[in-house]
Ligand binder design. Sequence first.
Ligand code: SF4
Length: 398
Amino acid sequence: MTEKADLTAVLDRAAEGGRITPEEALELYRHAPLHALGQAADAVRRRRYAGTEHIATYIIERNINYTNACVTACKFCAFYAAPKSDKVWTRDLDDILRRCAETVELGGTQIMFQGGHHPDYGVEYYEEHFAAIKAAYPQLVIHSLGASEVEHMARISGVSAEDAIRRIHAAGLDSFAGAGAELLPERPRKAIAPLKESGERWLEIMELAHRLGVESTSTMLMGTGETNAERIEHLRMIRDVQDRTGGFRAFIPYTYQPQNNALKGRTQATLFEYLRLIAVARLFLDNVAHIQGSWLTVGKEVGQLSLHYGADDLGSIMLEENVVSSAGAKHRSNRMEIIDLIRKSGRVPAQRTTTYEHILVHDDPANDPVDDHVVSHLSSTAIEGGTAHPELKILSTN
Ligand code: SF4
């Protein structure tokens, strides 16, 4: 084990903006005192955002799930159905456009088009849908898909990944959401998603996308049984690509939800481990601008705490979410509550765009939005009844 003095020196160096090695990141992740780790990460965040360090952001978006049919059968996934199963559903274009219309109506700026690897959906399917969405709602940013979908659609259409990226970008895709990263190191990836492309291939496609001018976010699924070293290795793999491309706008870890899937078990990542990961990510990923705290899987209070462990963003009010909710994520929220959560954690809330520009800074509570229709999980298929949650409309702002 590293001596305390060594750990303090590494933490100080990281807090001052010095680069740390994967080995040092692992030592910090394992052994640094929690508060000191958070303090160092927060120092880095404050310096990066000097002048706006008092602000924490959120976005209004909608996940639109176009089908649950999937040939990839990831063990942790509670969303998909085998293509021939009677549980398969698909949404037609009219339905998808109606969901886009509702998103615009509620002040949403981004859609995340998300679904299974349907055996018939090649590049043409995405071209057609993205073009139709952009024609009808040019103001909506299509921040969607990831390397796994690119690999799948390219295979179905018999084209290269580069062609697939070029074509869906030309049709309207603005940026990749970084879906499918799960865990990039080989052992844990094979254990939970044996049919998915390798972590190296996932990164290769994201690197290609960045070079073609399509930026992305990056994600990480924590708590399926990966080791601490594998968590840090995931960060290293992202940092190495980022050194070459600078195309990852954000890093977004979230925790495994164990219900209704083949993997089952329990979430093998405690909330402290999640917070430590947020902090180490802020220190280690010195080349990634935004670290996103989550509330959907870890809960609202931990989401608030993440803003003190290096996160500068609290993600989205997901007008619709079905994928993680199908696996048991129970947390729901609305716009007024997200604003309140950020404010009560000591930050000024600001609504942002996909590229993190501030649209609306809520610096005076008297001017806060009062529209209680902007709730998460509107029309969600993962929730019985598929409707908004009336209890979320009541919110104390004391
Ligand atoms: S995570 Fe995605 S690729 Fe894997 S089974 Fe679920 S829908 Fe399919």
